[in-house]
Design a binder for this molecule. Structure first.
Ligand SMILES: C[S@@+](CC[C@H](N)C(=O)[O-])C[C@H]1O[C@@H](n2cnc3c(N)ncnc32)[C@H](O)[C@@H]1O
Length: 451
């Protein structure tokens, strides 16, 4: 940026653009056609065909630096209209997700680490990691695209200096202050109850759809006109939204409908506002620190396309279940790394099929046994299964998830069917049915049976 010579220095800082060469490829690809099954009998009455085209929405499991390089080399340079990121920000915490597994009457608590956030002593390492990622995000954005970076008091000021360097001082559009309540207090300092969201636009023609808030009761009663004269009228949509938002709460209640028990999960209302303001239906939105995939859910509900990514297997499973349950439009899940791939041991029940009519059969698919690779507490092995998927015509390469067997409740306190009966077309030649299990640690296992 012309005129901006201010730079932040830290030990090990690279001054060149990150090398975007990347010769890795996804090690496994699944196409998910969301069709959640909650009960054993899933009579699939309507004819369902996999859409012929490849899904437009993509979830990557892997380090986001690799994913961004892969995207840049695969046609995504200058493609994103909006990118929102909510990275770890030196909060010095281990983020855990607690679940209960096993018998409903005497469940066992299991704690899983979703991700770890380093502490203040790692500031140089944090900057070393975020700097190339912010540079690549700029390359992924369209010329009129926008980036929203969600942070808090820990490092937002350092990140602002990096963003000023990468995007230019004049490209900062807003510092949004998201104020919330709740939680416990301290007597050592003021209660820290806001996050900061930095908005940068790549160019001057960025998208902005003004957002509105309700007028205060006093304003409505008095009417603006009496106070400010005839030029001002109350707008039917409300007052223009400021850059501080105090009307959206954190997800605090464990029984809140949207609570997926994912630590750091952001409220839908917050992402709805950002996505509505800075993109339009049909636009492509990216989130490279997906967590529970709040961004993808909002995109699904508002007609945007999405690309998302996370390097925690628990985040990916949470995100998949969330989108399956909606149900979302078809999407792909691509693994950039092998960890968690097929580490459990799965045995299938023999397939059973009966004629339903001349064209259709009733097919029974089930799990005989599952042995997880990790076992935290003594509980029946199959209670470690989080959800499972069925490809009704496996081609030996890509796992096409036609049905997803999932718990009816959002948590592990409701039972999961271990076999299902479904109606499907009678195959003309032998076909393969593939089953993939996801367990509560994010490990998977796949088995194939011939019909
Ligand atoms: C603060 S959480 C995001 C929460 C999310 N906004 C939501 O609403 O659920 C940050 C996420 O970034 C992921 N993450 C951290 N470093 C990453 C990296 N290098 N590549 C990909 N994901 C990463 C973590 O696993 C975690 O799920």
């Amino acid at each position: 940026m012309a005129g901006n010579k201010v730079r932040l220095f830290w030990e090990g800082r690279q001054n060149t653009l990150p090398d975007i060469s990347y010769d890795g490829q996804p090690v496994a690809t699944s196409r998910i056609y969301p069709h959640p099954v909650y009960e054993e009998n899933c009579l699939w009455l309507e004819e369902r065909q996999r859409p012929a085209c490849t899904p437009e929405n993509h979830m990557y499991f892997g380090d986001n630096l690799d994913v961004m390089k892969f995207l840049l080399q695969n046609g995504y340079e200058n493609r994103f209209d909006l990118i929102y990121i909510d990275p770890p920000y030196l909060s010095h915490q281990k983020y855990l997700s607690r679940i209960e597994i096993g018998d409903k009457n005497s469940p066992q608590a299991v704690e899983r680490q979703v991700f770890r956030d380093n502490g203040p002593g790692d500031l140089d390492r944090f900057l070393e990691q975020i700097y190339p990622r912010l540079q690549l995000i700029k390359c992924l954005l369209k010329d009129n695209g926008s980036l929203f970076v969600h942070m808090d008091w820990h490092v937002s000021h350092y990140v602002k200096v990096l963003l000023d360097e990468i995007f230019g001082l004049e490209s900062m559009i807003n510092e949004i202050v998201w104020c919330y309540g709740g939680g416990t207090g301290t007597r050592r300092h003021f209660h820290r109850k806001h996050d900061l969201i930095l908005w940068y636009a790549k160019g001057p023609d960025y998208t902005f759809n003004p957002q509105y808030r309700p007028y205060s009761p006093g304003t409505v009663q008095r009417g603006l006109t009496r106070v400010k004269g005839d030029r001002y009228k109350l707008h039917s949509k409300g007052a223009l939204m400021q850059d501080w938002w105090s009307d959206i709460n954190k997800i605090l209640s464990p029984t809140a409908h949207e609570n997926l028990k994912f630590p750091t999960q952001k409220p839908l209302a917050l992402l709805q506002r950002i996505i509505a303001a800075a993109s339009n239906p049909g636009d492509l939105v990216g989130d490279f620190y997906a967590g529970s995939a709040t961004v993808a859910e909002v995109c699904e509900k508002s007609g945007r396309y999405w690309v998302t990514c996370d390097n925690s297997p628990i985040a990916i499973d949470t995100a998949m279940k969330r989108l399956i349950r909606m149900p979302a439009r078809p999407f792909t899940v691509e693994s950039m790394e092998a960890s968690g791939q097929e580490s459990g041991q799965l045995e299938l029940k023999p397939l059973l099929s009966n004629d339903f009519n001349a064209q259709d059969i009733l097919l029974q698919v089930g799990i005989q046994s599952y042995a997880p690779a990790q076992q935290a507490v003594p509980a029946p092995a199959d209670s470690y299964i989080d959800f499972w998927e069925i490809d009704l015509n496996y081609d030996g390469k890509v796992f096409n998830s036609d049905l997803q067997v999932i718990r009816s409740g959002r948590h592990t306190d409701s039972s999961l069917p271990l076999h299902i009966t479904t109606r499907c077309k009678k195959p003309r030649t032998p076909i393969h049915i593939a089953v993939k299990v996801h367990d509560v640690f994010g490990d998977t296992a796949m088995e194939i049976a011939q019909l």
